[in-house]
Design a protein around this ligand. Structure first.
Ligand SMILES: C[S@@+](CC[C@H](N)C(=O)[O-])C[C@H]1O[C@@H](n2cnc3c(N)ncnc32)[C@H](O)[C@@H]1O
Length: 205
């Protein structure tokens, strides 16, 4: 098969299942109540959400983590660039949530609008990690803000967490690179925790 056709097919498949999910099968996957549930507790442990918090979930998919977060009493906003995922998340969340279509590297929000930011299993699709982290930093409250970014570690390439050929479309970073990206984006503190082969970048403005 011609190389460019093979690459085009991999791009199309990656978009359909994960990078910009759309279609009936994607709606079924991301509409499930437990998709990526392995990532929730580490993120919740870091964010310690309360009713006083305004959470932004970037790459919110079908809104599954928004629903879990809303159970803490916080208010929550989801953002995703997939039209199908935005529609799904709007259908499955309650009146304390709003869901907006947009891109991680150009967030349609005011400076300091949120007290907490989550990003689950989406960061490795972002083309410019520092641009996205700069936006995360900008929209967080400088005093109370904190960010938790759960992403797939480089050694997970080729495992069910990042199977080939989809893994060829991901951007993987060593722990110290993630920290350096967060610092370059303006975060005052940044560290990486490890959870079952995944990385959890924890950063504060
Ligand atoms: C693998 S899904 C994870 C969805 C959700 N966080 C979850 O845990 O179920 C990745 C999501 O990130 C979204 N996404 C990828 N790149 C994005 C970008 N640059 N801006 C906004 N959303 C993006 C995709 O549309 C998709 O919904």
């Amino acid at each position: 098969m011609l190389a460019w056709i093979r690459e085009w097919r991999i791009d199309r498949m990656t978009d359909k299942v994960a990078r910009r999910p759309h279609g009936r099968a994607a709606r079924a996957v991301y509409g499930a109540d437990d998709v990526h549930s392995f990532a929730w507790q580490p993120v919740l442990d870091v964010l310690q959400l309360t009713a006083a918090d305004m959470l932004l979930d970037v790459g919110c998919g079908g809104g599954v983590f928004l629903r879990r977060a809303l159970a803490t009493g916080c208010s929550a906003t989801g953002l995703d660039h997939s039209r199908d995922m935005v529609a799904l998340a709007r259908r499955t969340t309650n009146e304390r949530a709003r869901v907006v279509r947009g891109s991680a590297d150009a967030l349609p929000f005011d400076d300091g609008e949120f007290t907490a930011l989550s990003c689950l299993v989406a960061f490795f699709f972002f083309r410019d990690p520092v641009a996205a982290l700069r936006e995360f930093h900008r929209v967080l409250d400088p005093g109370r803000g904190r960010a938790a970014v759960y992403t797939t570690a480089p050694e997970m390439r080729g495992t069910p967490a990042a199977p080939y050929p989809l893994a060829t479309r991901g951007h993987f970073y060593e722990d110290d690179q993630l920290v350096a990206h967060a610092r370059a984006a303006g975060f005052a503190t940044a560290e990486v925790q490890r959870h079952d082969g995944a990385q959890l970048l924890v950063a504060r403005p």
